[in-house]
Write a protein that binds this ligand. Sequence first.
Ligand code: GDP
Length: 306
Amino acid sequence: LARLRGRLARSGSPLGSRLLAVLSRDHLTEDDWDELEETLLLADVGAGPAGELIESLRTRVRVLGVRDPASVRALLREELIALVDPTLDRSLATEPRTAEDGSRVPAVVLVVGVNGTGKTTTVGKLARVLVAEDRTVVLGAADTFRAAAADQLETWGARVGVRTVRSERDGADPAAVAFDAVRTGRTEGVDVVLVDTAGRLQNKAGLMDELGKIRRVITKEAPLSEVLLVLDATTGQNGLNQARVFGEIAGVTGIVLTKLDGTAKGGIVVAVQRELGVPVKLVGLGEGPDDLAPFDPQEFVDGLLG
Ligand code: GDP
């Protein structure tokens, strides 16, 4: 993933320019501090974190006697990075394992989230990244609700040069397809199986049953290495509500924040990490095959500040 670094810097500077416009004022008044906080709120950082950041920044500015805009900006940068929490482990567990009988077990990555957030696209991009690292990959199309979803995944698979395990008919049991994909991966000795799922949030009980069954059935064949929740960065508070639901039912180990290219509201990173207590591991920066990057707090904040 390292070769994709650096792309993040292109995302979302409008927030940065607003923050910097305030910070470039000589003496920060009460109104200026309010404006800074408001700017963070508009970027979806969330009321709690935004308030904490401003309070901490104000205290440091006062205690250190900092006046010039460049120094205040440097402190703001530090505070933003701390808010995103650079100490979290953001690595992806994609190493195959060895079973007790000595056979090789692929790493299984389950990808969940509401339809339209970018799950299938993310699976395709991630497959490409893994293939570029010389890993072998199988895709599982466990979104069996719409045939078009499996077609779309298969198209990604073909593009990237990996096999897609799917069902030929609509409405097949998603857990059966997920199981098939993992078994295929195991039989063929591949490194990673990426499983795409459906996300019809309007039926929470049904979704819970479906994801629960997929998890149970997969783990008969191989342990789950990652459960990645895909969230659309442009959906703000609604995205947070989705995160809450999936956090409850899916045992999420990492977040993929998509469509960061389409928003200046990158602050959702902070809000969603707090909500779920798991790190943002990857970000989507466009629709193309190369538009997936590891999430790096410092780059992210530098991108925000422009
Ligand atoms: P799914 O229903 O969750 O599988 O979502 P899809 O993968 O089909 O993606 C829905 C739409 O979002 C498609 O038009 C994708 O091209 C688009 N998309 C996915 N990720 C990104 C991203 O990071 N940036 C942008 N701009 N579009 C994205």
